[in-house]
Design a protein around this ligand. Structure first.
Ligand code: J2J
Length: 551
């Protein structure tokens, strides 16, 4: 299937409006990067411990990598599942794909067989890009297993120092400087309306859904998010969040920095010792973090001081609600300005502005980056708009918010209104000044330190345990992570179960480790709603009561 066929197009008259307004430029991300590379040729684009590459050098490697991919038989519109740690090759490979219209599917390093198998089949990927091993996990062995059982996967592209294998392609070799063969290769160019990249949804009902972002809409996303963060040619952007996530990738993140002429610094871990050292060493001006990471940086700074961070101008925080108290500590201690970011891979990005009053920066999650973003706050049950300032479910559509998930009619019927609004599932309140305050979620999700976990997916996995009769996963409040996964389980007569066994079962099921329950409560029965569904609200209240009682 042509990738575009699985997408829900914006209506023609709306496309016209976005084009006329200059929001959709009819330019590909590859062209936009080539232009930046031309303008900023001698400036440093990409630095880590191993490399320091100018724009001209990155551009050369991108063109060469694109040529090598085409030479290997990959074609425009082919999908490639990319699962890489934060490393310079991610940038070169991604730009090479964008250059020729090969579509990267942005998997996360934490994904395991369960998720990757789904991504490969949902995208009909022809190649997998993985490290050979990472943090003790043999990614290459898993990639081989996936290829053996997939009708579409041909190539395994591997990042690693081990000697080349006969059945794999070396990512570092693909990303090497140009040579005679690559320089003479003519490269195809995609259309700006084509799908540029697949992002992943947090997933409310089970596995992540694919979000097709076009060149037009993703460039619009980048162009709109860059000025509010003051990203320019002097920006030095540190990436500690997984590079394939929308936040560090394009809000404005890696791509925003590279279109502005700044420098991107990938780092493999957000641990405070490493992040602080990198910030000091590279003179980092911008970075993005989730609240749990910010909390660990604050704790570290309480001992070490904030001195190492003196180059920091903008600290973006998002992915989960930043508690007011943490926000205040950031504002008090961190050099530079805090920017709250309430965004989603599905599109809409809200940010506080750098010159907002402290009260807005600390107490809100910001406002949309475009006046073309349409927002509605509706009552959860009636679907009607609530009175101004009242909390309700946020619905949105706009120039960088696609009208549906990829090839997923059932999910689309649930998650989009007939007139094309994405139903975010976030409960928000919009203040008279336009800023949003995120108050909770109507979707059955657990946000564990910025990782969105579907309660239903956890429950389905738990049902794989023979001892479990009924299961319900709910969010349990947690000081630094915001929420953790609490599992309520009713067992079959005479059976026993402990948390270690549940977690071991998750490990052997091959799911990402962050989805493992943190707590297990075995109960005789679960409370039910009037229609006979498990009453999660009652379970959450019970957890809240127990937490209060234990304080
Ligand atoms: C509360 N909840 C938030 C916030 C996201 C920038 C920033 C984040 C993401 C992201 C992103 C929140 N306060 N500040 O893509 O470009 C929760 C909401 C939202 C969901 C989206 C970006 N910021 N959230 O987190 O697609 O529930 O994107 O709907 O991973 O995270 O998750 P995701």
């Amino acid at each position: 299937m042509r990738t575009r066929e699985g997408t829900t197009p914006w209506p023609a008259e709306i496309v016209e409006r976005y084009r006329t307004a200059g929001l959709w430029q009819g330019r590909t991300l590859g062209d936009a990067f080539a232009e930046a590379a031309h303008v900023h040729a001698d400036r440093i684009a990409l630095v880590d411990d191993a490399v320091s590459l100018t724009y001209a050098e990155v551009h050369d490697r991108v063109e060469a990598c694109a040529a090598r991919l085409i030479d290997r038989g990959l074609a425009p519109d082919d999908r490639v599942v990319v699962q890489l740690p934060n490393h310079w090759t991610f940038v070169v490979l991604t730009l090479a794909c964008l250059r020729v219209g090969i579509v990267p599917v942005m998997a996360l390093p934490a994904h395991r067989e369960h998720e990757l198998r789904h991504l490969v089949s949902a995208s009909e990927a022809v190649a997998l890009v993985t490290p050979d091993s990472l943090r003790g996990f043999d990614h290459l062995a898993l990639a081989r297993t996936l290829r053996a059982s997939s009708p579409t996967v041909r190539d395994l592209i591997v990042l690693g120092d081990t000697t080349p294998q006969p059945d794999t392609v070396s990512l570092t070799a693909l990303c090497a400087p140009s040579d005679e063969a690559t320089r003479t290769r003519r490269l195809p160019t995609p259309d700006a309306a084509d799908v540029a990249v697949f992002l992943l949804s947090g997933g409310t009902t089970g596995l992540p859904k694919l979000i097709a972002r076009t060149h037009d809409d993703y460039l619009c996303n980048i162009v709109l998010t860059s000025p509010p963060s003051a990203v320019d040619r002097d920006t030095v952007y540190l990436v500690t969040l997984p590079m394939g996530h929308n936040f560090p990738l394009a809000c404005p993140g890696i791509l925003g920095t590279l279109l502005a002429g700044g420098t991107v610094v990938p780092l493999g871990s957000p641990r405070p010792e490493r992040a602080f050292a990198a910030i000091e060493r590279h003179g980092i001006t911008h970075t993005a973090a989730v609240p749990a990471v910010v909390a660990s940086w604050l704790d570290h700074a309480a001992v070490e001081g904030f001195d190492a961070l003196r180059s920091l101008r903008v600290l973006q925080v998002g992915g989960a609600r930043l508690a007011d108290e943490l926000a205040e500590r950031v504002v008090r201690g961190f050099p530079g300005t805090l920017q709250q970011v309430f965004g989603m891979a599905e599109g809409l990005i809200n940010v506080t502005r750098l010159d907002d009053p402290i009260e807005v920066v600390v107490g809100t999650q910001g406002r949309p980056v475009s006046s073309f973003d349409e927002l509605r706050v509706v009552d959860e049950t009636t679907g009607l708009e609530v009175a101004a300032g009242e909390p309700g479910v946020l619905l949105t559509r706009g120039p960088y918010t696609p009208r549906g998930y990829y090839d997923a009619p059932e999910a689309n019927a649930r998650s989009f209104t007939p007139d094309g609004f994405y139903i975010t599932g976030d409960i928000v309140r919009q203040r008279p000044d336009g800023n949003l305050v995120v108050e909770g979620r109507s979707k059955d999700m657990i946000n564990r330190g910025g990782e969105n976990i579907s309660a239903e997916e956890v429950e389905n996995l738990v049902y794989g345990l023979a001892s479990v009769r009924l299961a319900a996963a709910v969010a349990m409040p947690h000081g630094t992570l915001g929420e953790t996964v609490c599992l309520f389980a009713v067992l079959h007569d005479g059976c026993e179960l402990d948390l270690a066994a549940v977690r071991a079962h998750f490990d052997t099921s091959g799911v990402a480790a962050f989805k493992r329950p943190d707590h297990l409560v075995t109960v005789e029965e679960l409370p039910l709603t009037k229609v006979g569904k498990i009453d999660k609200k009652a379970l959450r209240e019970r957890l809240a009561d127990e937490l209060t009682a234990s304080e």
